[in-house]
Design a protein around this ligand. Structure first.
Ligand SMILES: C[S@@+](CC[C@H](N)C(=O)[O-])C[C@H]1O[C@@H](n2cnc3c(N)ncnc32)[C@H](O)[C@@H]1O
Length: 282
């Protein structure tokens, strides 16, 4: 019997995201037709600690303006637009969820970044890109949806140029005890695929990457959570509102479940910097 494929798109997509985002921006006092990168950041950076985490992983690399980067599981495109604006480079995002790619395109046009940033609907395990095409790649909070990590790392390795870098920011399995669901990435255990930090390191090596750094960002996550709670207690909006926007009624439960798992050791946020080996000299 075949293993059922989890409905990733059904988990993330409801069909009315752009209308809900525009309403949220208007409530923030932002004209939805003319947002800034900063005004979108609470919503379009759909991963733990939002823009703070994007800024942090980007500090490991220095793409040039002529570089072409790949964002794997690009969501509604906040990280792609941020990399493009910060480094002046080109970024292509790929994501399984068509609604996210549509919203990503619309927001990119509103910011006038469409010549630098584009999005394709597609599967990270079979990307519609040639071999050795990208100068660097990153993926933020995506691998938890992917069961076949070996195929995931192999496919990223294939599309990177020799010597290109890979940044991952994701949630790793902690002490192995089960999580409570929903979480922001999965409605149930059957749709959640976590690797430990050691398995991640080994999986990347098996695919041909050199792992230059792999570290926990648990302390940063705890500090971010404490700052957010303090703001909410003062009656202000939390700095990161992407999960609320995208998941609506299950968001509070999902955030509470993953927050508790980080506090008690079941879940560990990690950042990874890896590199595809440069071509051997002839
Ligand atoms: C938590 S969101 C993160 C979005 C984005 N990386 C960000 O940080 O803003 C996870 C994303 O991974 C995408 N995804 C999951 N499995 C995928 C796959 N096999 N191929 C491409 N995208 C995938 C989902 O559609 C979703 O947009």
């Amino acid at each position: 019997m075949e293993t059922p494929v989890p409905d990733v798109v059904g988990h993330y997509s409801r069909g009315d995201l752009l209308q809900r985002l525009d309403a949220a921006l208007a409530d923030d006092g932002v004209d939805p037709a003319h947002p800034s990168l900063e005004s979108l950041a609470p919503y379009d950076q759909f991963h733990g600690r939002g823009l703070e985490a994007t800024t942090e992983i980007a500090a490991h690399v220095q793409p040039g303006a002529g570089d072409h980067l790949l964002d794997i599981g690009s969501g509604i495109g906040g990280p792609a637009r941020w990399f493009a604006q910060r480094f002046g480079c080109r970024v292509t995002g790929i994501d399984l969820t068509a609604e996210f790619c549509d919203v990503a395109d619309q927001l990119t046009r509103r910011l006038g970044l469409q010549r630098q940033v584009d999005f394709e609907v597609g599967d990270a395990l079979a990307m519609p890109f040639g071999d050795a095409q990208f100068d660097g790649a990153y993926s933020m909070n995506v691998s938890m949806n992917i069961a076949d990590k070996a195929a995931f790392y192999r496919e990223i390795h294939r599309v990177l140029k020799p010597g290109a870098w890979l940044l991952l920011s994701e949630l790793a399995e902690g002490d192995g005890r089960p999580l409570d669901f929903p979480t922001p990435w999965a409605a149930s255990q059957e749709a959640s695929f976590l690797s430990s930090a050691d398995q991640t390191r080994q999986g990347l090596r098996d695919a041909g990457f050199e792992v230059l750094q792999l570290h926990s960002t648990l302390q940063q996550a705890k500090a971010f959570g404490a700052r957010s709670r303090a703001l909410v207690e003062r009656g202000e909006k939390p700095p990161h509102r992407a999960v609320m926007l995208i998941h609506g009624d299950i968001a509070s439960q999902a955030i509470a479940n993953s927050g508790r798992a980080m506090q008690d050791g079941r879940l560990v946020p990690i950042e990874v910097l890896a590199r595809k080996a440069a071509r051997a000299a002839a």
